[in-house]
Design a protein around this ligand. Structure first.
Ligand SMILES: [Zn+2]
Length: 153
């Protein structure tokens, strides 16, 4: 082994640490200069860099794409979500019902202009609620018939 090969062996040994920026500034500089000047070591450094970026994208892919159906179809998570939505809707209906009932009773007990204003407000909210229900229904039907839903990524 001549001295050039010795230098190359030395550099190649530290290439991984060099690419991770783990060496001292002086060593980083020394290896940087050698890699710029030596085609053999530069090829190795390029290979290492390419391998690392492939590895990184493979790891990202496994999280982002390959495990996505598993995450989306995770049964406990779906069950929790379902219970959460059910509780939320029940609470909204209960609170909304109580408030509405109180309001309707007050309107019915009132006489004069306040009564008609109240009835107008009730009509407004009932209309809004019915519109909301129709949109919700359309969304649910659209979801059920979505042909892409069952496609595995
Ligand atoms: Zn070299």
């Amino acid at each position: 082994m001549n001295s050039d090969q010795q230098v190359c062996a030395n550099v190649q040994e530290k290439l991984s640490a060099y690419l991770d920026d783990e060496l001292t500034q002086q060593e980083q500089q020394r290896i940087y200069l050698h890699v710029q000047a030596c085609p053999q070591c530069r090829a190795l450094a390029d290979d290492l860099t390419a391998m690392r970026s492939n590895l990184k994208s493979a790891v990202l892919c496994s999280v982002d794409e390959r495990d996505l159906p598993k995450i989306l179809h995770d049964q406990p998570a779906r069950r929790f979500a379902f219970i959460g939505w059910a509780l939320l809707i029940a609470a909204v209906l209960l609170i909304g019902g109580i408030v509405s009932w109180q309001f309707i009773r007050e309107v019915l007990n009132d006489t004069g202009i306040g009564r008609w204003l109240g009835i107008g407000v009730i009509a407004f909210y009932v209309g809004l609620f019915l519109l909301f229900l129709s949109v919700l229904r359309q969304r649910l039907i659209a979801r059920k018939t979505d042909k892409y839903k069952k496609v595995q990524l």
